[in-house]
Design a binder for this molecule. Sequence first.
Ligand code: ADE
Ligand code: ZN
Length: 335
Amino acid sequence: MEQFINAIPKAELHIHIEGSLEPELMFAIAARNGVELPYRSVEEVRRAYEFTNLQSFLDIYYAGARVLQREDDFYDLAWAYFERARAQNVRHAEIFFDPQTHTGRGVPFSAVINGLHRAVTDARVRLGISARLILCFLRHLSADAVMVTLREALPYRERIVAVGLDSSEVGHPPEKFAAVFDTARQEGFLTVAHAGEEGPPEYIRQALDLLGAARIDHGVRCLEDPALVARLVAEEVPLTVCPLSNVKLRVFSNMAQHNLKQLLEAGLVVTVNSDDPAYFGGYVSENYLAAAQALHLDRATLVRLAENSFRAAFLPEDEKSVLLAELAAVADKFS
Ligand code: ADE
Ligand code: ZN
């Protein structure tokens, strides 16, 4: 099973690049930037990764991101992710980045985007991974602050495929950002949004109706609202589900309780992703594996999840067809 999961070509559509900062790299970058960490060792960092909800994670995640200051830091961060992704046969990755986490500390937007973009280019040339960047706005900040960040991004328009919405969900509904997302769409960005992770199904509706979201990140709470599920199915709105994240942040008490199988059975376009792999115990293959083992998913279901990942990607149809054909060929070899 492990071998099969690793071998099948897949896309990853929900990965926060700051959430791929492994403790070893955190220490290395902290040392070269002269940043003091509140931890003495890599082991101590890992021991601190016990979370009770989304906010308890975000506090530690934003603290870890403080080491990132220079363009090379962002390059090294993204490159480390791409190498791991390649080892798991990720052929396409759509990567969130949180510029406000950095510009709020005085790091120039240009350092963030130039470092990430250089890694995206190298990933294509050296690893054969196609990658796109998705700029995520921090929803705990004001709509005015978010609009400033959107304007900062406009000169880099060609390097960013979409904008998204992340951070503390409850109390920060999508409607707060309707005007910013209108502007983003007028500027030609696609849109996605985290919704229905901790927040109610109503936030998923708002993400669709007010933000024009082409995909919903997480979205697992949609099952509480059958009419919403019917709509998501009819409109084929993909959900980027992150099983290990949901268990670590206690959206579900354990993997056997995860609703991934019900989501699939409802006819939703479900994809499996890692969210913040350095914090949640695994990259995309570990997410497939943990779900497969706890929920007894068969190979056909795993192939379906990988197919969905390509179908839901922001890629031209001809590129999707090539990747789907590769997936079918690899899956065939195992049967
Ligand atoms: N930022 C990084 N990971 C996140 C998550 N799972 N939910 C909301 N914001 C995030
Ligand atoms: Zn996320």
